[in-house]
Design a binder for this molecule. Sequence first.
Ligand code: MCA
Ligand code: AMP
Length: 515
Amino acid sequence: MTTHPNFFVALQNAFPANKQATAVWAEEGLTYSWQDLEDQTARLANLIDSLQLPPSSRIAVQVDKSVEMLMLYLATLRAGHVFLPLNTAYQSSEVDYFLGNATPAVVVCSPANLGWVTPIAAQNKVAHVFTLDDKRQGSLLESAASMASQHTPARVAPDALAVIIYTSGTTGRSKGAMLSHSNIASNAQTLKTYWNWQADDVLIHALPIFHVHGLFVAIHGALINGSPMIWMNKFDPKRSIEHMSQGTVFMGVPTLYTRMLAEPGLNKAATAHMRLFVSGSAPMLAETHAAWQAATGHAILERYGMSETVMLTSNPCLPDARFNGQSERRGGTVGFPLPGVTLRVVDEANQPLPADEIGGIQVKGPNVFLGYWQMPEKTAEEFTADGFFKTGDVGQQAADGYVTIVGRSKDLIISGGYNVYPAEIESFINNLDGVAESAVVGVPHPDFGEVGVAVVVAKPGASVSPESVVQAIKSQMANFKVPKHCVLIDTLPRNIMGKVQKNVLRDAHSHRFQK
Ligand code: MCA
Ligand code: AMP
């Protein structure tokens, strides 16, 4: 067991003794050994060192998913700097905000985006810009090629910043959640034990790696156990099922499961080699859980977490002695608080509620983040006086320990596992010519779980069309944020206090996408 505070060292120590064994099978036919991971992360860490960056420099990365992007993440930890992954769907104005807010020293973008990233990086005084694509092309690997393949991992403080994950807010712009080496290390160790990772496990990695689910839960899970991964740069339901004859663990958001359920090839034989299916990032309908069990014989293990906290609760993988030895993976619930996580359900006055009562979910534990990047007031607002983090999720804990999420106090739409903040879209729409005001609400959707509908009020006499509103959003914002439907309305429904009644709008549009 290592005591080195750099989380990279904990992963490195878990690499199997046989370094020539395969660590990653990439779908395009390439394989990477553990020695390759060792050597290439050393080269990239040496490249980062050669830039002589100030301590804890941010390295912002917006590139298509590839094994080399994974190496860059590991190399950033290894060199003791801070990884800042960005969703590839973000467009220039969104990236401009992140660079301005996080002031990274290095930006790595895809060669195709260099044209618009270069001026934004210059404007934000980014010292170094590199490129990397999903075919191993670009200046990053060219520059790293001549570097030594040995590197001594940087010694960092245990609470040193390791990663910043941007998460939007109900008001204002995105906030950078700061996660330390010890935050991610403690969660990885907890999940390794709780999910009973086995020596012969093989992870099918199908998620993007710019968010907590794909980057931390999936990658850390495999690497901290020295387990290889079958690597998909992009999720595909049919190919995912094909990989199940070789894999043992699959992690996905509910949309991945509903898409696989629609495949004729999904059955007990196709999944016989699998040990564990994990779902999270968005609520999984109990009927999806049941349909999966009927088709495959496997009970999906649903868990719940946040960018600010990594994983918080999980259905049991094995009987959980803390909760009467219960082992049921109960559909529609997110299971028990993970070992080390204290969870409470509280009323408006932050007072804990009895079992089964619905209230705000608050948590405490070694996994809870350091705060929001350069936003001490926002950070303070999200913690109680006794140190609990307010998740903004609304739920209940049954007497037998199972936690269920019943809603959110934050105005948030989770669409296919991506978070969309209505406030951000509304303020964009409200600034369009001819628009008086707008409201964006989330409604059920068979594929994405939930999608946004924009309800827009035009100024008197203005010529605004739903199509022009959607087109304007599309041209400026990440594609998953674009409302899937837009309507014009004369006035927004308001309550007596003047607050927009989003529930009325939601009800009016709730069946729009239902089959
Ligand atoms: C794609 N589109 C979407 C979404 N994804 N619309 C709404 N919501 C989405 N999530 C739209 C695009 O805008 C595009 O529309 C059309 O669908 C096709 O785009 P494409 O990229 O081809 O879609 P896809 O490849 O089929 O992607 C769907 C997906 C993807 C595989 C479900 O969204 C995905 O990988 N989701 C996982 C997100 C994730 O990893 N979340 C974890 C966050 P148009 O054609 O009109 O332009 S971590 C987290 O939440 C916490 C901490 C936790 O607990 O894990
Ligand atoms: P993020 O901003 O990406 O960290 O998203 C975190 C949010 O995703 C949580 O606060 C929850 O609202 C939601 N979430 C994550 N996992 C689940 C789950 N299993 N069920 C319901 N909601 C979830």
